[in-house]
Write a protein that binds this ligand. Structure first.
Ligand SMILES: *Cc1c(COP(=O)(O)O)cnc(C)c1O
Length: 395
């Protein structure tokens, strides 16, 4: 570090010197980075010298988070961290398409992704089709000459169906269409999407990766270098850059990600079996259970890790649902997932409220349908809470 002899009028530079280094990644909120000379700045812009310039273009805290996820996903180039998971989805859907293109989406995508497919892309002249990602032949039938990409989630929300990723990746290769996998639910702990043929991987870091419900961030990376570069440039132009502090918190959260995930998914397995044995529970959905319609596919794809999400349905109407939420002592009734604490959500009043009751019934989401994001509580204490809540709801 060069010594500042003139002294900045406003800012003390350089920082106090230390021969030893901080163990924790420093937080770098600086919006701008000063280069020594125009020559140096030139070299930075030309890519001959690595150096940050303006934080919308990139900053160290974002890159630390990107590299941590790159390692977990086996991404071939440094991914891009964005200000939310939806920013990452938008970067792909808006940054890689143009009017006249066609895009296919899984029919049970995250609500906002579905909305972008049904409301925003058509407005821009991009046609979309929603197809069951478990049915490769249906996806094949939807492909047109102008189809650009297929966006799917591995495990769907909230019915936890498992996409036929191997079939889809073979189809994508055969037809030259990009396979984009939103790996938020499964995480690289359960599923490494690039290893299974994905061209682009998306995350909402907000959920399990950061894991403490105090950060909103996303991630996107492409296998192809040119596509990866285009995604980065688009996120910078569109201003999807994350806050350094959010990145700092996410890095901190991710240090315990694998431990949290393993604990939550083993508790999820116990809770699913426990729920299945309770009177008043009509059905339990968990991909590790043998009664799950996609159990064999889940077993083959997820290598015993599954996920921390369990859905179940009780007998009864909205009053029963209210009683269950009230009766689940200590658990938050909140429409998110991946927190350290278990959260319960109710699709009929949240994610799927826009649908008619008939449509929801068709999708298997009655008033008695709940989704649980299992957290880090003691497993048997958690099972007891559900026993009491379901008793309160169904008696
Ligand atoms: C939450 C979520 C998103 C959106 O992420 P945000 O960080 O909330 O913008 C996208 N996909 C899936 C599967 C999600 O669960």
């Amino acid at each position: 570090m060069t010594k500042n002899t003139t002294g900045s009028l406003m800012r003390p530079t350089p920082l106090p010197e230390s021969a030893s280094h901080p163990v924790v990644t420093p937080l770098s909120p600086s919006v701008v980075y000063a280069s020594d000379t125009p020559d140096m700045l030139d070299a930075q812009y030309e890519g001959d010298l690595h150096g940050y310039t303006y934080s919308r273009e990139g900053h160290p805290n974002a890159d630390v988070v990107a590299q941590a996820i790159d390692r977990m996903e086996g991404a071939p180039h440094m991914g891009v961290v964005t200000a939310s998971g939806m920013a990452a989805v938008s970067a792909v859907l808006l940054g890689l398409t143009q009017a006249g293109d066609h895009v296919i989406g899984g029919n049970q995508l995250y609500g906002r992704s579905l909305r972008m497919m049904s409301e925003d892309l058509p407005r821009l002249g991009i046609e979309t089709s929603m197809v069951d990602p478990g049915d490769v032949e249906a996806v094949r039938a939807a492909i047109r000459p102008e189809t650009k990409l297929i966006l799917v989630e591995v495990v769907s929300n909230p019915t936890l169906r498992v996409a036929d990723i191997l079939g889809l990746s073979a189809l994508a290769k055969e037809t030259g269409v990009l396979l984009v996998v939103d790996n938020t639910f499964t995480t690289p702990r359960a599923f490494r999407a690039f290893d299974h043929g994905a061209d682009i991987v998306i995350h909402s870091i907000t959920k399990l990766l950061a894991g403490h419900s105090d950060v909103m961030l996303g991630y996107v990376a492409a296998r192809d270098q040119a596509l990866n570069d285009r995604l980065r440039v688009f996120t910078v132009t569109a201003g999807m850059t994350p806050s350094p502090f959010d990145c700092w918190l996410a890095e901190r959260g991710m240090l315990s990600f694998e431990l949290r995930f393993d604990r939550a998914q083993s508790t999820a397995m116990q809770l699913a079996d426990h729920l299945a044995g309770l009177a008043g529970v009509k059905r339990v959905i968990y991909p590790a259970r043998h009664d799950h319609p996609d159990h064999h596919r889940a077993e083959a794809l997820l290598k015993g890790h599954y996920c921390n999400m369990v859905s179940f349905e009780i007998e009864g109407d909205r009053a029963a649902a209210n009683a269950l939420a009230r009766g689940a002592e200590g658990l938050r009734f909140a429409p998110t997932l991946g927190d350290v604490g278990t959260t319960i959500s109710h699709p009929a009043s949240s994610s799927h409220r826009a649908l008619t009751a008939e449509k929801r019934a068709e999708l298997g989401m009655s008033e008695g349908f709940f989704r649980v994001s299992v957290g880090l509580e003691d497993p048997s204490a958690l099972c007891d809470v559900f026993t009491a809540a379901i008793q309160a709801a169904t008696e």
